[in-house]
Ligand binder design. Structure first.
Ligand code: ADE
Length: 237
């Protein structure tokens, strides 16, 4: 059976992606054939004696840039009709759960990972999508690719053993998740909220919803849905 998702990474440092994605749930998803992960290294597509992949930027400036041609060739070696090509860059659209859900429907994703100061801009049009994992600068696109591949892989049906595990989670309904507790019921004097041990499912669901709303309002007001009144007023306009 072909894997549910094939991912190729165009990277100078395959180990930065392969190692973290060999552990835990994603590692098991690879072993069980849900995810097939491959690599295409621009250095293998150079023709000079030094296998050069980077050069100084035109116009001056600090640092080195990845050259267009080795990246282009490494991409061409793995790209097929129907592949979705994603360039990881702090200048990209912010990656979120909605994008993870979109990407989980695809059959083949290719991640282009910049390193050093980035990649020659002429490579950018080869990508269908530019993604950033947040407003900070990493040493390269590799850790960002790991984050995106991880978030997408766990959404492949069958990867998480409980099929409902992704339904009520943080971000899926636009809210942060309510806090969770496990045994013991009292730990170092701290008790589990009584609603959770009540056995009353309606009460538990209401408690979780209230907690999720107040947590989201406090720490991520940008995510919190507008209060009902404001929403209906906005609709009327
Ligand atoms: N490369 C360097 N920083 C990055 C970021 N924040 N997101 C995606 N790719 C990156």
């Amino acid at each position: 059976m072909p894997p549910a998702l094939k991912v190729d990474a165009v990277t100078l440092f395959p180990g930065m992606i392969d190692a973290p994605l060999s552990e835990s749930i994603v590692g098991r998803a690879r072993q069980e054939g849900f995810l097939e992960l491959g690599f295409s290294n621009p250095r293998d597509f150079t023709e000079d004696r030094h296998r050069t992949v980077d050069d100084r930027p035109y116009g001056g400036g600090t640092g080195m840039l990845m050259m267009a041609e080795p990246v282009y060739r490494a991409l061409k070696a793995v790209r097929k009709k129907g592949s979705t090509v994603i360039l990881l860059t702090p200048k990209g659209r912010r990656f979120d759960q909605r994008t993870a859900l979109e990407l989980a429907k695809k059959k083949h994703l290719i991640f282009i990972c910049g390193h050093y100061e980035g990649i020659d801009e002429r490579v950018t049009p080869l990508a269908d999508l530019e993604l950033s994992i947040g407003d900070y600068v990493l040493t390269g696109g590799e850790p960002a690719a790991v984050a995106v591949i991880d978030a997408v892989t766990r959404l492949i049906p069958g990867v998480l053993k409980r099929s409902d595990a992704t339904v009520n989670e943080t971000f899926t309904d636009g809210l942060l998740e309510a806090p969770h507790y496990t045994r013991p019921a009292v730990w170092r004097g701290k008790k589990v909220p009584p609603e959770l041990v009540s056995g009353n499912h309606k009460l538990i669901a209401e408690w979780r919803r209230r907690q999720a709303e107040s947590l989201t309002g406090d720490t991520r007001p940008d995510l919190a849905p507008a209060p009902k009144k404001a929403r209906s007023a906005a609709k009327k306009k």
